[in-house]
Design a protein. Structure first.
Length: 293
């Protein structure tokens, strides 16, 4: 499925997975969006520009000065324009990981003594998570902490499968990755379809007989193939195949609006990549050359 929102590098797999899933970086789109969330929800200009007029904002800024920036409190200017510019300059010049330090501190520190303040802080956290998901960040607010949800190991599995699997398999994986990381119009249902199709293609190459379904190919691998597949692993992927054939109508006509999200698509992309890497090694040990198929 072609997608006009993707760059040439993304469409053809030339952009590394680490660059498309932001784990050790924060690009301009993500930084700009997180700043917009901050000024919309918690860093709003007080009446007449005098910070002490807004008790909650004043308390948050004193917390930033004392505990985050660790500056003397008498250097906190009560005029909004000056203080706002100082915070903004910091946010747009700090290192990528300090962006997360900042939004985490704000999420933890915003005064929450009242119900309204607690709701406002929750809205800030929820808005941050929407941006983090949209910009394919490897992090999310979990409770009041920023937690990594995409590990280097997961990324390595995807990259290895893209680089080392046969072309017919890699095409499906590239399509699944592109649909997952598209920041303007992600398609999680079809990303999952492409991920499981990559496994189906890999198993089909191993059995070498037409284009069997994944269920048929797994059965043939177990009963009539030099590749030895543990029965429990076979059952696990049969169940995953059954999930993609039924849940939300992914592989067939859509049955209503799908409710799949980024976590579902990422799980399938990582799991299918890992299984393909496993099958690649098993096929090599069995003497099968899949590179020319």
């Amino acid at each position: 499925m072609a997608n006009d929102n993707l760059s040439f590098s993304q469409r053809h797999g030339h952009k590394p997975v680490k660059a498309t899933i932001q784990v050790n970086s924060v690009d301009d789109d993500l930084r700009n969006s997180l700043w917009s969330v901050a000024i919309t929800h918690v860093l709003q200009k007080p009446r007449d520009g005098w910070i002490p007029n807004d008790v909650d904002l004043h308390k948050l800024l004193k917390g930033l000065w004392f505990s985050y920036f660790k500056k003397p409190l008498d250097e906190l200017d009560d005029w909004w324009k000056t203080t706002y510019q100082e915070i903004r300059d910091y946010f747009f010049s700090c290192k990528w990981h300090e962006v997360y330090d900042f939004i985490e501190f704000v999420g933890q520190t915003y005064p929450s003594e009242t119900y309204l303040n607690e709701r406002k802080r929750n809205q800030f956290v929820e808005a941050c998570n929407r941006v983090l998901e949209r910009e394919v960040s490897g992090y999310r607010f979990v409770g009041n902490r920023i937690a990594q949800i995409t590990s280097e190991t997961e990324i390595a599995e995807i990259e290895q499968a893209l680089q080392e699997s046969p072309a017919a398999v890699a095409r499906h994986l590239k399509a699944g990755l592109n649909l997952y990381v598209d920041r303007k119009l992600p398609d999680y249902s079809n990303s999952i379809k492409e991920s499981i199709s990559a496994v189906e293609a890999m198993c089909g190459l191993i059995v070498g007989k037409g284009k069997p379904t994944l269920g048929d190919a797994l059965q043939q691998i177990e009963t009539n193939s030099p590749v030895k597949l543990h029965p429990s692993l076979k059952i696990a992927f049969e169940k995953l195949y059954g999930y993609t054939s039924n849940a939300e109508g992914i592989r067939h006509a859509l049955l209503g609006e799908p409710t799949l999200d980024s976590e579902d698509a990422k799980f399938m992309l990582v799991s299918c990549s890992a299984f393909i890497n496993y099958l690649t090694v098993k096929a090599s040990k069995a003497g099968l050359d899949l590179s020319d198929l």
